[in-house]
Design a protein around this ligand. Sequence first.
Ligand code: NAD
Ligand code: MG
Length: 372
Amino acid sequence: VRRLGKDAMNEQAPTILNVELGERSYPIAIGPDLLGDSALLNRHIDGGKVAIVTNTTVAPLYLEKVAGALRAQGREVVEIVLPDGEEHKNWESLNLVYDALLQNRCDRKTTLVALGGGVIGDLTGFAASSYMRGVPFVQVPTTLLSQVDSSVGGKTGINHPLGKNMIGAFYQPRAVIADTATLDTLPARELSAGLAEVIKHGAILDAEYFAWIEQNIDKLVAREPQAMAYAIARSCEIKADVVRKDEREGGLRAVLNFGHTFGHAIESGLGYGNWLHGEAVGCGMVMAADLSARLGLIDAATVERVRALVKAAGLPTVAPDLGIDRWIELMAVDKKNEGGAIKFILLKPLGSPAITTVPLETLRATLDGCVK
Ligand code: NAD
Ligand code: MG
C-alpha cells in the first residue's frame, strides 16, 4: 500500500491509498463529501454508460447525488434499485441486475457502480464479474463495515439457500470511493458492527493502531469525521496489505478471520440476522482473546483491554448460551476448517496472530467462561 497524495495541509482533501495488485491495482479514496465530487467519480469510468446498483434504503439518501455527478459529465445513467437486506443477496436480485443491464442495452464498456453496504457491494461486484464476461465496476461503500472491510479485497458473491457467500468470484474494482459523510445516516447498531472489524485489524496486526482505537473510541462512536477517516484509512491499509500478499486466500488472509470462528457459531446458532455479523465478531474476539490467555499467549490484562474496547464500541461481550456441545458442533462446520480439527486465529501477543488448533478442554473452559 502506497499513500499517493495525502495533502496534510488540507483536511478536506481525500486520503488516497493504492491497493497494489499488479495490473489489478486500484485506488481507495477516503474523505467527506466525495459523492458529489463529479471529477473523482468520473475519473474511474470510461464508457458512456453507467449502471448504479443500490437499494431502497440508500437510494432516497444518496442515489440522486451520485447519478447527478455522473450525468453532469454527460454520462447516461441506469438506476437499479434492489430490495434491502441480506435475504435479498441472492439469485433473484442478481437476475434483476442482469435484466436491467440487458433491457438498457448495456455493453462491455458499461461501468457498474455499487452504491450501498456490503450486500450491494458483493452482489454488484459479482454481477460485474459475470455480465458479458466482465465489465468494470466501482465500489461506493456507504456503511462503515463496507468501507473498512468488504469493499477491499475483491471477494464478490451472493448467498445460496444452503450457505452464505457460496456463489461468487474474486473480482477487483476499478476504484473504491468511501465518503465518510454517508456514515451520518447509518443506524448506531450498524456503526458498531463496522467498528468490530476496525478493532479486529488493530488486534490482529497492529498493536499501536489498537492503542489508537482505545484512545479514540468515543470519537469513533460519535462519528467524529477526522477520527473516522483515519480509522477507515488505516483499516483499509492493513486489509489491503494482507490481500496484496494473499489475494486468493492461500493462507495469510485467514488471519482476517480473528473472532470469526466464534462469531459464525453465534450467527448460525442464533439464526442469521439475530445478531449482526459485527456484533458476533465483537463477542468472538473477546472469546478468542480469552482462549489466547488460557493458552498462555497473552496475559489477563490484554483480555480485559479487548473486552473493554469491544464494549466501548457498543458491541456485546457476553456470549449466548447455545449449549457447549452445540457450540463446538457449530464451530466445527465453519467453512474455514480443513481436515476436521478446528483452527483458531489467536493473539500472540496483541497485534500479531497465531493460527493453531487447541486442546478441547481449553476450548470448553473458554466457552464456560464467556457464555452467560
Ligand atoms: P448491509 O449492506 O446490509 O447494510 C446494512 C444496512 O444499512 C442495510 O439496511 C443498508 O441498506 C443500510 N445502509 C447502507 N448504507 C447506509 C447509509 N449510509 N445510511 C443509512 N443506512 C444505510 O450490511 P453491511 O454490514 O454493509 O455488509 C454486510 C455484507 O457484507 C454481508 O453480506 C457480508 O457477507 C458482506 N461482507 C463481504 C466481505 C467481502 O470481503 N466481500 C467482507 C465482509 C462482509
Ligand atoms: Mg467479518
